[in-house]
Each structure stands twice: as structure tokens, then as C-alpha cells.
Design a protein around this ligand. Structure first.
Ligand SMILES: C[S@@+](CC[C@H](N)C(=O)[O-])C[C@H]1O[C@@H](n2cnc3c(N)ncnc32)[C@H](O)[C@@H]1O
Length: 751
């Protein structure tokens, strides 16, 4: 487990502005105010609790934690901290006012804990609080119409067993406090430095261009570079006052971008693209956040357990954890673990999956319902598929597709481990496979392949590996996939008709621009609210002079520096009608013509490879019957024939047979067989026999036979392959063998 910012709680941070640089002062003031008001607040809370105990009516609620215990210990001296830990071991006397008072300062939240790990108790209490609050949570859209009592049996009271503390947990807490304190100290020091820099330049106009040119071959002085970055940002914030007369904004931005590239190691192209998403100040925070890992999060698999039991089991192993935030009922943020989280018995038994917090969000937005048919178009390694399966309580059907075979194997592994029984894995290119192979889904998730600019903290390679070509190629693929996703949804689904599009990238090209393209190509979809509440920021409605649909603000963006999660984008679309089918230029009997209801909504599109297989319903809502079933016939029969032929060839190859030989061999019809016997008796010349045979063959066979004729004229080696298929290996002559060897060695040489 890492240290430092990992300890930060996930959730919406304070709005980022210039004050971030002088945050320390503010924090100190806030801490002082908090220290003053804390005893009162705790006393009030205690009063509330005892009232509740007496009346036994009010639901138990504890103030959200930026734990006082933590902060007290974290801010205290080593001695104080030891005292904190020692105090934790003591049973807390509930009826002693004076002792209560004393404890209130540090243990306000733990007044009903008798013994055991503060850790476990704290985490469990927090779980309890969160679950008490869950009913009125607006964030879990998966609760929409189907309350999931059965899945969340974790709001029962804490049992005595759960309350028992272990020495290991106390040690865990102590370590957690150490780490937290260290992180806060580091952060404070950094902020102090930044504040000092700011003070230094506040009075005069810093000349950031003075030491711009660095002697070639010398490693950059990182501290100076960092200082110049913060100076330049400061100047850009107040160019009129702080800027030099002979320098423009563009000069400062150019200098800043160069410095960012040198300091953080981005290509200029990517640095600029990311920089343009924010104000200079916020861009700095974003680049900074990409340098530290996000918190480790696990998702409870509610098909196998509930969050409280899982938390308890892991706490018993010394894991320090707490609920990920109010927005999720199943996430646990892990602060520290003495055991590898990917190898605990709970992990192996499928009680949880390691999953980044932000990747819960698309599934929450999709909100798949029990009994539905759902498609996960790009599913591997399955974090979202298995969450969907759990939300659907293992009912209905999830088609989990991924184009990568090795990744699909990992997907299968996770599906098995987590006990998802309603899931089918397919391995196809979703751009062309759907909805041709399958359509009419209630919901589709497209967690699209992307450039990964939201997960640079996990994969620093993105900083240098993504170029202009990637930002053309990948959005193109995303558009194709999203078109296929939309066309695979049943707009008339009673319960759904939704598509969720998500990426772990923060660029506009891969997010709003893709959605905007889709709105133009598919007038039968509209953007709807994700149901994710206030968590995250709204999507862009304009960017660099480009205007997007006003509803783009309903889509959500998540950033490492704002929410302390991986950068992510989530858009929810509702399909309102069948996709108009474009008429291929040379097809005079297109489906639109055959299905007049489709013809009326014919549109011109350059994505003609995608066809909507949504059932066409009549006025009463009943599915209409067309040739080929409810989805209509496959327009591209020739494609199918070719696919089938290819599959057959592959099947033969797998069997070790030569497809050419086998498939080109004319099949004997019954008549042929019988006439052959008859002819054997009566005919004398082979020519005559041949003529007769030709006459009895259907047209297609005739051409095949003609082919065969030319083949027989070829040297023996060619014919041999067809003989081999009949198991006539023995007839291969030595000369033929030599010929084969020669061919093989020639092949090798050419390779
Ligand atoms: C962002 S990852 C999906 C992560 C997954 N949804 C999860 O939560 O575990 C994107 C996936 O898309 C797959 N992919 C790429 N191109 C594809 C295509 N044309 N059709 C289907 N899957 C594709 C990749 O193999 C990769 O596994």
C-alpha cells in the first residue's frame, strides 16, 4: 500500500481556486474553529444519541468523519498518539460524565464502543451510518424501481462479535494514523513552499523569462522549474498587474507548457490538450494529481456477501478500511493492508473485486434491473460486468463481449470467481457484431477503449505514447462502437432503452465530441440525467469555440484532482425510437423498402454497416412479423454466406484437413451413386461415364466439377491433398515426399 495522498478520502473536495495555494492558513483557522466547536458538537451528538436510546425511535446517525480521532492523533505529538491508542483499548464508561467529557475530545464517535479496534468499530459504524442514510440517497440510481433488500442485508445492528477489538486492528489504526499524519505533514510542507513562493512574487513582477534558457546537456533544476511553474501560473492569474509589458499571455502559456512538459514528462501535444481543459491553476492541480496514485478501492460482491461482513472479515485480517463515500453502498476504501488484497480468502471466494471507484459510476448510471437483457460491449476484465450482474441479482442476462481474446479470458475468470450466473461471454468486434449478431437489449454499456488520459497516475506511459493519430483513430472507433450500442438497444423496452457511454479519458474528443456526433447521426436518442447526483462535474457544453448540445451538461466528468478518483466520463442516453436504416446505394430492395415503417425515417449516414434490429411494433405494441423474424431479415446474406464458408474452412483446418481439397470435391448425389453402379455394369468407356455424370449434376456442381477438372490436370502433389483427407496417405510416392520437403524448405527460406 502506498502512502501520502492515498490516504485522502474520496469525494468532492473544496472548490479549487487560487486559495488552494494558501490553503494552509485557511486550514489552520478552520482547525482552530473546529477545535473550539468540537466539544459542543460532540455533546450535542451525545445528547441526541441518548435520546434515541431512550425513545428507541430515531435512526442512528453519526456525523460524517474526517475523524476527530484521526485528526487529534494526527496533529498530536507521538506521546499523545500513544495515549490515543492506549485509550482505545479501554472500555468507554457510558455513564461517567467526567470521563465522557474527557473522551469526547478524541472519541466522540465511539461512545458506545465497549472494546476492540477503533478501526473496526469506526469503519463498521460508518458503514452503519451510511446504510442508515441509504434510503434517501439520490446517488444510487440502481435503487430506482427495485429496492434491493435481499442484496443489502447489512443494515442490521452491530453484533457483539463485530464490536470485539483485536490487537492487530489497533496496530493497524496506529499505522494508519502514522501514515495520515505523515501525508498531512508532507502536504502542509508543500503548501507552505507554494505559499512562500506566492508571497515572494506578490510584491513585484517576477521575471520568469530570465532563466528560461537552460544550458544544453544539463539536467533541469526541478525545484527552480517548479517555482517557475507556480510563478507563471500566478502571473497568468493577474497578467495586467504581474505580467511584463513586452510579454503576451501566449508567451507565458508557452513557457508554462514547456515547463510542464519538462517537469512532468509529457509530450507537448498531450500537455497542451490537457492544459486546455482547465484554468492554468487547475491544470497544475490536475498534472500534480496525476503524479500520485488514487486510493485503493474494493467493491463488495453482493452476490456473495454484504459490505459489513466483508469489512469485518478484512478488518480481522488487519486491513484498515472505510466506506468509499456516501455515493456508493458497495465500495470500501482500503488505507492499508498487511495482506495482498488480491490473495485473501475473501478475494478468492469472490467476496470482492479490486475496482477503481470511478468505474462504479457507469454501472450505477446504467442501473440494470433484474430480469433484463443487458449488453456490456467492451467488458474485459469485467469489473463492470460483474457489478451489473450483482445489481441484477443474477437474473436476466448479461452479454459480456470483448474483442480481445486474452482479455476475455480474464473476464471469464472474474465472472466465475464472483459467481455471476447470468452472464455469457462473447469475443467479437462490437463495431460489426452488434446488433447483427444480437440486438434488442434493454440496456447497453459501452465502456469504450480510450487513450487513458484519466488514468495517467496508473499508466504514466500515456504521457508520451499518445499522439495526434491516436486522438483521431480512437474517437473514430468510439463513434462506431457507440452507434452499434445505440442500434443494439430496444427503444420499446418496458424497463429500459438506455445506453451508457463511458471512458477513462478526460479529453473532449473522446467524450462530448463523440456524443455530439452520435446525436447528429442518431436523432432517435437523447441525453438523460445519469442519476449520479452532484458527484463529479457537468460535461462541457462548449469547448474552444465549439458548441455542444445543451443537454451535454447532464453528462458527468470526474477528475483526479477534484474527486480524487480516476479521470472518467459518463453519459446516459435514452433511445426514443428505432434507428432509421439507410438505404445502401446499390440495393434496390433495402430493408427500408421492405419495411415501410422504417422507410419513412430514412436518413443519410456514413455508418451503413450498422443496422437496427429493434423489433418493429404495431399500433398495439405487438411485435410485427417480417421475413426473417422480429428483427427482420439479414440484409447482407452474402456476408453471412462468406462468414459461414470461412467458418467451415477454419473447422476443416482445425481438423488437419485441406479445405480446398475437401470443399472442392464434388459431392455424390444419390442419383449419381446409383447411376454409377448401373453405369459400371453397362458403360464401357470412361468418357461416356463422365458425360453422363455431368448431365445429372446440378448447375453449381457442374462448375465445381469443372474446377476439379482443372485441378486433376495439375501435378499429382495437388491432388494428393484431397486424397489425404480420405486417409490415403499410403499412396504418396517417394518423389512426392521429396517434392513436399523441397516446398517446405523453400517456404522456410522465404520466411
Ligand atoms: C476500458 S476497457 C473495458 C473495461 C471493462 N469495461 C471493465 O470495467 O473491466 C476497453 C475494452 O475494450 C475492448 N475493445 C477494444 N476494441 C473493441 C471492439 N472493437 N469491440 C469490443 N471490445 C473492444 C478492449 O479489449 C478492452 O478490454
Amino acid at each position: 500500500m502506498g502512502k501520502g495522498r492515498r490516504m485522502k478520502k474520496q469525494g468532492p473536495p473544496a472548490p479549487l481556486d487560487e486559495s488552494k495555494i494558501t490553503i494552509l492558513k485557511k486550514r489552520k483557522a478552520a482547525e482552530a474553529a473546529e477545535a473550539e466547536s468540537a466539544p459542543k458538537a460532540v455533546a450535542a451528538k451525545k445528547r441526541r444519541r441518548s435520546d434515541a436510546d431512550e425513545e428507541d425511535v430515531a435512526p442512528k446517525k453519526v456525523a460524517p468523519k474526517k475523524s476527530k480521532v484521526n485528526s487529534a492523533a494526527a496533529n498530536g505529538t507521538g506521546k499523545e498518539k500513544k495515549k490515543v491508542v492506549a485509550e482505545k483499548k479501554k472500555p468507554v464508561p457510558m455513564d461517567s460524565d467526567s470521563e465522557d467529557e474527557e473522551m469526547d475530545d478524541e472519541f466522540g464517535d465511539l461512545d458506545d464502543v465497549s472494546e476492540g479496534s477503533l478501526d473496526s468499530q469506526e469503519a463498521l459504524e460508518r458503514l452503519s451510518d451510511l446504510e442508515d442514510d441509504e434510503d434517501d440517497s439520490v446517488l444510487d440510481s440502481d435503487e430506482e424501481d427495485h429496492p434491493r433488500e435481499a442484496m443489502f442485508s447489512d443494515d442490521e445492528d452491530l453484533s457483539d462479535a463485530e464490536e470485539r477489538l483485536t490487537a492487530a486492528n489497533i496496530e493497524g489504526l496506529s499505522r494508519k494514523l502514522d501514515l495520515q499524519r505523515q501525508a498531512e505533514e508532507e502536504e502542509a510542507e508543500q503548501e507552505l513552499q507554494e505559499a512562500a513562493m506566492q508571497t515572494n512574487i506578490a510584491g513585484d513582477r517576477p521575471d520568469v523569462f530570465a532563466d528560461e534558457t537552460q544550458p544544453a546537456g544539463l539536467a533541469p533544476d526541478l525545484q527552480l522549474l517548479r517555482q517557475r511553474i507556480t510563478d507563471t501560473i500566478r502571473i497568468l492569474g493577474d497578467l495586467k498587474t504581474l505580467g511584463q509589458a513586452d510579454k503576451s499571455r501566449a508567451d507565458y502559456v508557452d513557457l508554462l507548457l514547456n515547463d510542464i512538459c519538462t517537469y512532468y514528462g509529457y509530450t507537448r501535444y498531450l500537455a497542451e490538450k490537457l492544459f486546455n481543459l482547465f484554468t492554468p491553476m487547475e491544470a497544475f492541480a490536475f498534472f500534480e494529481a496525476n503524479e500520485t496514485p488514487r486510493p485503493v478501492v474494493i467493491r463488495t460482491n453482493t452476490l456473495r456477501t454484504n459490505r459489513r461482513s466483508l469489512a469485518q472479515a478484512l478488518i480481522n485480517r488487519g486491513v484498515v478500511l472505510e466506506p468509499v463515500g456516501k455515493w456508493s453502498k458497495v465500495g470500501l476504501q482500503v488505507f492499508e493492508s498487511p495482506v495482498p488484497l488480491g490473495a485473501t480468502p475473501e478475494y478468492l471466494a469472490g467476496h470482492y473485486i479490486l475496482q477503481a471507484a470511478s468505474s462504479f459510476l457507469p454501472v450505477m448510471a446504467l442501473a440494470p434491473q433484474p430480469g433484463e437483457r443487458v449488453l456490456d460491449m467492451a467488458a474485459a476484465p469485467g469489473g463492470k460486468t460483474t457489478y451489473m450482474s450483482a445489481l441484477m441479482r443474477n437474473t436476466g442476462c448479461v452479454i459480456a463481449n470483448d474483442a480481445s481474446k486474452p482479455r476475455a479470458k480474464g473476464l471469464i475468470g472474474n465472472i466465475h470467481r464472483l459467481g455471476c450466473k447470468n452472464t455469457i461471454v462473447t469475443n467479437m468486434d462490437a463495431r460489426t457484431a452488434f446488433p447483427k449478431a444480437m440486438g434488442g437489449f434493454d440496456r447497453v454499456l459501452l465502456d469504450a477503449p480510450c487513450t487513458g488520459t484519466g488514468v495517467i497516475s496508473k499508466d504514466a506511459g500515456v504521457k508520451t505514447s499518445k499522439d495526434e493519430n491516436d486522438f483521431l483513430r480512437i474517437p473514430h472507433m468510439q463513434r462506431q462502437l457507440l452507434l452499434a450500442a445505440i442500434d443494439s438497444v430496444d427503444h420499446s423496452s418496458k424497463t429500459g432503452g438506455y445506453v451508457v457511454y463511458s471512458t477513462c479519458s478526460v479529453t473532449v474528443e473522446e467524450n462530448e465530441a463523440v456524443v455530439q456526433y452520435i446525436l447528429r447521426k442518431r436523432p432517435n436518442v437523447k441525453i438523460v440525467d445519469t442519476g449520479l447526483g452532484d458527484f463529479g462535474s457537468p460535461g462541457f457544453i462548449s469547448y474552444m469555440g465549439k458548441k455542444f448540445d445543451a443537454k451535454m451538461a447532464l453528462t458527468r466528468r470526474y477528475f483526479p484532482h477534484r474527486e480524487n478518483v480516476d479521470g472518467f466520463y459518463v453519459c446516459k442516453l435514452k433511445k426514443t425510437g428505432p434507428t432509421p436504416v439507410a438505404k445502401p446505394a446499390d440495393d434496390t430492395t433495402s430493408s427500408a423498402d421492405r419495411h415501410p415503417r422504417r422507410a419513412s425515417s430514412k436518413v443519410s449516414t456514413d455508418d451503413e454497416e450498422v443496422y437496427d434490429k429493434t423489433p418493429i411494433v404495431d399500433e398495439d405494441g405487438a411485435a410485427m412479423h417480417f421475413e426473417g423474424g422480429a428483427f427482420g431479415p439479414f440484409e447482407d446474406g452474402d456476408d453471412d454466406k462468406e462468414r459461414i464458408a470461412r467458418a467451415e474452412r477454419n473447422r476443416l483446418r482445425r481438423k488437419g484437413l485441406n479445405p480446398k481439397g475437401v470443399l472442392n470435391k464434388p459431392k455424390k448425389t444419390k442419383e449419381e451413386a446409383s447411376s454409377k453402379t448401373a453405369l459400371a455394369k453397362t458403360e464401357s468407356t470412361p468418357e461416356k461415364t463422365k458425360e453422363k455424370k455431368e448431365a445429372t449434376k446440378p448447375e453449381a456442381t457442374k462448375t465445381e466439377a469443372a474446377k476439379l477438372k482443372t485441378e486433376t490436370a495439375k501435378p499429382k502433389t495437388t491432388k494428393k491433398s484431397s486424397n489425404q483427407s480420405k486417409g490415403e496417405k499410403k499412396t504418396v510416392t517417394k518423389a512426392e515426399k521429396g517434392d513436399k520437403k523441397e516446398k517446405k524448405s523453400a517456404k522456410k527460406a522465404s520466411k
